[in-house]
Design a protein. Sequence first.
Length: 285
Amino acid sequence: MCRRPAVAVLAVVGLLALGAPASAQLGGLIKKVPKVPTPALPAPPSTPSAPSSTSTEPAPILASCDQLKQLIDAFKAERQALEQGAREAAAFRARIAAEDQAGPEAQQERMMGVLEASAAKEQKYKDCLDAAMLKDADNPKLERLEMQAEDELDDDKAAKLSEQADALRKVIKHRAEPACAALKTDMGADMKAFTEAEVARRQSEEQVIENVNTRAEQAGADSAKMVRVDYAKMKEDLCVGIVGSKLNASDRALIDSCGSQLPDALRALGCGSGSPWGAPTPAVK
């Protein structure tokens, strides 16, 4: 399992609410890879140790300039998704704040609004169905059967006429329903959707931010045509390697020879800055 960057939760939406520029709106959403810690030097051994058979140089990460360009494009895609997510998170926070300020009566009003809208839609459906049934070619026959059943003095004959009328009414209604399908509603389903929306509305801000981060990282992985966990691991390894000057020699040579924007692209995602708000975050162009 690769080490995942930390998230500064509140900075982005606060800055967005204050109208901060796009290049400074990602603090709360950017997943920062921590700087490589400086390891404590061990005390020198009292006796010479046997030479190590393994190299301390990390394994190569990059294979070609084409792969490097693809990664940079992926980091740009992630950055763009983060910017979009930052705006969504700010809007979410503003909406929750406004609704909370309205007090508990606001939820009751929202629920009543859902019930009234559902009832109004149900009435429109019934009116549409009645009108469509009246236009049916068999409606005159239905009306005659209903009148005969009502006027019939013999109870058995009246019951049979009523059964015939009921059967015909079902046929006519079945033919009329498609014309009114768009108006059909289910009050129980509407209330369930309302309840689920209320739960989502109260979703913690941290979860909103995490969802934004996940979607943004997935956008980068999709652009790189990689599995997200592998993409995140490669991104972190590059960041840690650049920040700590620990890259494999072949990776350093490849980055230099390709003239890449890799450091800037990584910094735009918070790499190595500790907190992106400590210094301006470079834009990815």
